[in-house]
Design a protein around this ligand. Structure first.
Ligand code: AMP
Ligand code: TRP
Length: 327
């Protein structure tokens, strides 16, 4: 069976972008692949984060991965820092990657904007290498991610190939799996930027566990445009296109089809709010049920780390030996 691997940072509340860009694919892929899904707490350390908050969010992230419909009997769900091979393989890959490659990463460039790169943490710079290690340790064939991770996946492929060329065929070269629609869910208030955990835009971000009233309020207030023309043109009408894409995903249609179906923005928003509430209802219900049994999440993570470690340790040992470490 082919392997699938993906990860999410526990740095805030999961949102609609995570659900549509990533988690829906994760759930679908667990049926057809041997699946590994990781809460990447080491990645969350690249930004200033309160220790108690990180601990709480890591636990909550794992619970919410169960809530989206991942089955721990089928998928391995674990926390990155509990498998020590992640930072160990990162070092070997850091000795494979170049400054030039990492400097080109959009996420790194964005962090350096304004305040300059002098003050950017080394962790931010090296972040994509840790991500490559995550993937390569499990010999993953497929990596379901949103559009913002494409460039990081390219790097992971490049590092795998370079390592293989130098030391022999050690790593599977992974492929990104980016959904055709919904790979970049935009902020409802600022449709020029992606919906995200870190941005201060409570009204523009629909949290995965928002209650129906909140979802409705945020959709109703979503920024569109004033010409009132119902067309799916993301460049020209980013706010409207985002709403059309969301309704398309939630109802299994194409954005153009959805556009043809409506004439008024108000009607579109009403139906979108309803569709999102329905789409997220089972997730909200499962999260609430899991809240009542915290021991279950701990148990899932313990078993997950053990299983992940059994795979990662084999890959790491082979890589370490290949480069000449005594092991
Ligand atoms: P992160 O929240 O940055 O850890 O991202 C976890 C996953 O969600 C990654 O696969 C991202 O590509 C995906 N993702 C994050 N934000 C969005 C968004 N606004 N639209 C689509 N996918 C997203
Ligand atoms: N960098 C990803 C993000 O911010 C999270 C991530 C870490 C990841 N390691 C990964 C995603 C491995 C896919 C595979 O969204």
């Amino acid at each position: 069976m082919q392997r699938v691997f993906s990860g999410v940072q526990p740095s805030g509340d999961f949102h609609l972008g995570n659900y549509i860009g990533a988690f829906r694919q994760w759930v679908a892929d667990q049926e057809s692949h041997e699946a590994f899904y990781c809460v990447v707490d080491l990645h969350a350390l690249t930004e200033e984060i309160d220790p108690a908050y990180l601990r709480q969010k890591t636990f909550e992230a794992a619970r919410n991965l169960l809530a989206v419909g991942l089955d721990p009997e089928v998928s391995t769900i674990f926390v990155q820092s509990q498998v020590p091979e992640h930072p160990r393989l990162t070092w070997l890959l850091e000795c494979t990657a170049t400054m030039g490659e990492l400097r080109r990463m959009t996420q790194f460039k964005a962090k350096g904007e304004g305040r300059g790169q002098e003050g950017v943490r080394v962790g931010v710079f090296a972040y994509p290498v840790l991500m490559a290690a995550d993937i390569l340790l499990y010999q993953a064939n497929r990596v379901p991610v949103g559009d913002d991770q494409r460039q990081h996946l390219e790097l992971a492929r490049e590092l795998a190939q370079r390592f293989n060329n130098r030391y022999g065929e050690l790593f599977v070269v992974p492929e990104a799996a980016v959904p055709a629609v919904g790979a970049r869910v935009m902020d409802l208030q600022h449709p020029g930027r992606k919906m995200s955990k870190s941005v201060e835009s409570p009204l523009g971000t629909i949290a995965m566990l928002d209650d129906p009233g909140e979802i409705e309020r945020k959709v109703k207030k979503a920024v569109t445009d004033t010409d009132g023309e119902m067309r799916y043109t993301p460049e020209e009408k980013p706010g409207l296109a985002n709403l059309l894409a969301l309704l398309a995903v939630a109802t299994g249609r194409k954005p153009d089809e959805v556009a043809n179906h409506y004439t008024r923005y108000g009607d579109l928003k009403r139906d979108l709010a309803e569709a999102l509430v329905e789409m997220l209802r089972p997730v909200r219900e499962r999260a609430a049920a899991l809240g009542a049994e915290p021991g279950r999440v701990e148990e899932v993570l313990r078993a997950g780390a053990e299983r992940a470690h059994s795979i990662a340790s084999v890959t790491y040992a082979r890589a370490a030996e290949a480069v000449g470490l005594l092991g």
